[in-house]
Design a protein around this ligand. Structure first.
Ligand SMILES: NC(=O)c1ccc[n+]([C@@H]2O[C@H](COP(=O)([O-])OP(=O)(O)OC[C@H]3O[C@@H](n4cnc5c(N)ncnc54)[C@H](OP(=O)(O)O)[C@@H]3O)[C@@H](O)[C@H]2O)c1
Length: 207
């Protein structure tokens, strides 16, 4: 797991840590964090994932991500949301991973004129081209959940999303906020059931 200290990743790690179908769960972290039952923490330098060797891996889950604001520049944002994700995928692949499960975003598209969806789209394309047996890409809308640090812009977007939710029917349903716990559950289920190939789960299919 990469991104296991985040909103989706934290919930996902709790599920995986208690999942008896996994013999071992390892969370790659960049800082000191509290331990979780059933989860081994491994401090890593995300700039040097190419030098890391992991014991045998079956499934790799990636919930990494930052914001343009937190990263400080377009390039720094892309370093995390594209380069680190691809480096993590290559690391997992070297360890024998067959399945890669990625949290991307609603609207991800390599041809988007906007930084965030374009970077997410490029990341999806890069991961899909790596040759995993199964790639699962989940594209949530705004995430709902208890975040340790409030994000003012997200809070406003979320409030708007909740207000308009009753009107989001048919093709508009994918714009409704996505529950972070439901995203995590969707990933666990997909790891166990997704067939070979690339599977994209849009926000309105997250249960
Ligand atoms: N938030 C939304 O509304 C939303 C909507 C659609 C899609 N998404 C995408 O869904 C995914 C999960 O989102 P989330 O809100 O659960 O994420 P989050 O809570 O912001 O957590 C992000 C994770 O990435 C790690 N990370 C961030 N910057 C890093 C860096 N420079 N080096 C190493 N690790 C770094 C964080 O580690 P630390 O704890 O050490 O910082 C954390 O584990 C992301 O890819 C995000 O872009 C989010």
């Amino acid at each position: 797991m990469a991104g296991g200290t985040g909103l989706v990743g934290g919930t996902l790690l709790q599920l995986l840590g208690g999942d008896t179908s996994y013999h071992r769960v390892t969370s790659l972290v960049r800082r000191e964090v509290p331990t979780l039952p059933g989860v081994a923490l491994q401090r890593v330098d995300f700039e040097r994932l190419d030098q890391l060797v992991l014991p045998e891996v079956d499934d790799a889950f990636c919930c990494l991500g930052t914001t343009r604001r937190a990263a400080g520049s377009d390039a720094a944002f892309r370093r995390v949301d594209l380069d680190y994700v691809v480096a993590f995928a290559r690391l997992a692949q070297r360890a024998g991973a067959l399945r890669f499960l990625l949290v991307s975003s609603l609207g991800a598209s390599p041809s988007s004129p906007f930084l965030y969806p374009r970077t997410k789209g490029e990341c999806e394309a890069a991961i899909s081209a790596l040759g995993f047996t199964t790639v699962v890409i989940v594209r949530p809308s705004f995430l709902v959940g208890a975040r340790a640090q409030a994000r003012p812009t997200e809070a406003v977007a979320l409030r708007v999303g909740q207000l308009i939710r009753p009107f989001l029917i048919g093709a508009l349903r994918k714009y409704a906020p996505a529950d972070a716990t439901a995203v995590a559950r969707t990933l666990v289920r997909a790891a166990a059931t997704a067939p070979a190939g690339v599977m994209v789960i849009e926000s309105d299919s997250i249960r």
